[in-house]
Design a protein around this ligand. Structure first.
Ligand code: SF4
Length: 419
C-alpha cells in the first residue's frame, strides 16, 4: 500500500508542477528512514501568505485523468502518460501525515477533470472539508477550482479553503479556442464572479455580524501561460488588468510555457522557456498593482510588447522624458513612484525624510535608491550629477552600458519563439 501511495505521489506531484499559481520550488528535505514523504520527490513547494511568511505546501493533483484535451497540458486525455488517482481519504491522510512530520504547513490541491466538473469539484471540496472538520486542520489550503462547477460547490470550497484559483491559462478567447477547445472565458468568469461577489457580500455582512463565516480569506488568483500562443504582452496585460478589476484577484501568475508536448499548434520542443518575458510581465504586473500605472501606460498599440532589455518602468520613463527631472524634495509620492530605481518603500521613506531636511544624493543612496538609474531622472539640493538633456536613445544606451542585469545573457533567445 505504501509503495502504491508513493507511486501515486510521484505521478501526481510531477503533474502538478506546471502550475505556478503557488510559486513552487523543490524541497531538498530527504527521508532517512524510507518512510512516506520524501520531500525531494513529492511535490513540496513554497508559497507566501498575506503577512509575507513563506510556507511549504504539499502540491499535488487529485488525479491526472482528464476528459479535456488542452494542447499544452501533460494530463490531456490524448497524452500517453501513466495515470493515477488519489482517493479523498488518501489525500487527507497524506496531508495530515506530512503536517505532523513538519514537512508542510499546507496543501495545494488541483485535479484533472475525471468525469465532469461537479464530480471533480465535489471531491476537492471533500478533502478540504475533512481536513478542517474531522482533523481540525488549520494549515493553509489552496484549492484549484474546476471551471463549470456549481455555485453551491464553489461556496462550500470557499468556506474551507484559504485561497481558490481558477486558471485562465490562455490570455484570449481565440487562444483558448486553439489550444483548449473544451474551455471558454465564460467558464472561468462565472466562478471568479461568484467568488468575488461572495467575498464582498460576506465582508459587508461581517461589519454587522462578527460571526459571519470567513470565505476565501487569502482571496482568489489565476494563472496565464505565456508563450504557448502568439498573444502580445499588450493582450496579456490587458486581460490581467481586466481580471484584477472585474474579479478583485489577489494575484495573476504568469507561467512561461514549458515545451514538453509535440503538437503543431504549439512552439517546437526546442523552444526556450520565456523566463525573461515572464519576469518582465511580473514587473509590469507590480507596476499596475503597487505603483499606480495603468495597463495602457505600460504597453499600447505602438509598443505592444515589453522591452526585454530594460524593465517596464524604465521603458515608460524613457518614453515620457517630459515628466523629468523630478525634484525629489517637492514631487508628489505618486510621481516619485514613477522614477526608475525607486521602489514603493524607498518612495515612502523619501517623503517621510524630506519633512525634516532637504535631501541630497548621499541621503538618497542611504535610503536604498538604485542611483545607477534614478540619478538620470532626479534633481535634489546638490548639484546635478548628470546632463539632463540627453535623448531617450542615448539615456537607454548609457544605462544599459553600466547596468548589470542577471538576465542579460537570456536576451535574444526570448523574442523568437515562433521564428
Ligand atoms: S482541463 Fe486541466 S487537467 Fe485537463 S487537460 Fe485541460 S489543463 Fe489539463
Amino acid at each position: 500500500m505504501q509503495e502504491r501511495i508513493r507511486e501515486k505521489l510521484s505521478i501526481l506531484a510531477d503533474a502538478a508542477k506546471y502550475d505556478v499559481s503557488c510559486s513552487s520550488s523543490g524541497s531538498d528535505r530527504t527521508n532517512s528512514n524510507k518512510g512516506l514523504g520524501n520531500a525531494s520527490a513529492s511535490g513540496i513547494c513554497h508559497t507566501y501568505t498575506e503577512d509575507g511568511r513563506c510556507v511549504s505546501l504539499l502540491k499535488i493533483l487529485l488525479t491526472n485523468h482528464c476528459i479535456f484535451d488542452c494542447a499544452y497540458c501533460v494530463s490531456r486525455k490524448s497524452n500517453d502518460v501513466k495515470r493515477a488517482a488519489f482517493t479523498v481519504q488518501e489525500v487527507v491522510d497524506l496531508t495530515i501525515g506530512f503536517y505532523r512530520r513538519n514537512y508542510i504547513e499546507g496543501l495545494f490541491l488541483s485535479s484533472g477533470i475525471f468525469k465532469d466538473a461537479d464530480t471533480t469539484m465535489e471531491r476537492l471540496v471533500l478533502v478540504a472539508k475533512k481536513l478542517r472538520t474531522e482533523h481540525r486542520f488549520n494549515g493553509y489550503i489552496h484549492l484549484k477550482t474546476i471551471p463549470g462547477a456549481s455555485d453551491e460547490l464553489m461556496n462550500e470550497a470557499g468556506l474551507y479553503a484559504d485561497r481558490l484559483s481558477v486558471n485562465l491559462e490562455l490570455p484570449t478567447e481565440s487562444g483558448l479556442k486553439l489550444l483548449a477547445p473544451d474551455k471558454s472565458f465564460k467558464d472561468m468568469e462565472k466562478p471568479m464572479g461568484f467568488i468575488s461577489n461572495t467575498i464582498t457580500a460576506l465582508n459587508d455582512t461581517r461589519k454587522q455580524l462578527i460571526s459571519t463565516p470567513r470565505f476565501v480569506p487569502a482571496g482568489q488568483s489565476t494563472q496565464v501561460i505565456v508563450g504557448a500562443t502568439r498573444e502580445s504582452d499588450l493582450e496579456i496585460i490587458r486581460t490581467a488588468d481586466r481580471f484584477y478589476r472585474d474579479f478583485s484577484l489577489k494575484r495573476v501568475y504568469y507561467s512561461g510555457y514549458v515545451p514538453v508536448l509535440e503538437d503543431n499548434r504549439l512552439p517546437s520542443l526546442s523552444t526556450q522557456v520565456p523566463i525573461l518575458r515572464e519576469n518582465r510581465l511580473y514587473q509590469a504586473d507590480w507596476l499596475m498593482r503597487f505603483y499606480g500605472f495603468g495597463a495602457n501606460e505600460i504597453v499600447d498599440e505602438t509598443n505592444p510588447n515589453l522591452d526585454l532589455e530594460i524593465d517596464p518602468k524604465l521603458a515608460w520613463a524613457l518614453r515620457n522624458l517630459h515628466f523629468f527631472p523630478l525634484d525629489v524634495n517637492t514631487a508628489d509620492l505618486q510621481l516619485i513612484l514613477r522614477v526608475p530605481g525607486i521602489g514603493v518603500r524607498s518612495a515612502q521613506k523619501i517623503v517621510a525624510a524630506r519633512r525634516y531636511a532637504k535631501l541630497g544624493w548621499e541621503n538618497l543612496r542611504k535610503l536604498g535608491i538604485a542611483m545607477n538609474r534614478a540619478r538620470y531622472f532626479l534633481v535634489c539640493k546638490d548639484p546635478v550629477l548628470e546632463k539632463k538633456d540627453r535623448s531617450a536613445e542615448s539615456l537607454r544606451h548609457l544605462i544599459l552600458s553600466v547596468g548589470n542585469s542577471k538576465f542579460k545573457e537570456l536576451h535574444g533567445i526570448q523574442t523568437s519563439l515562433f521564428e
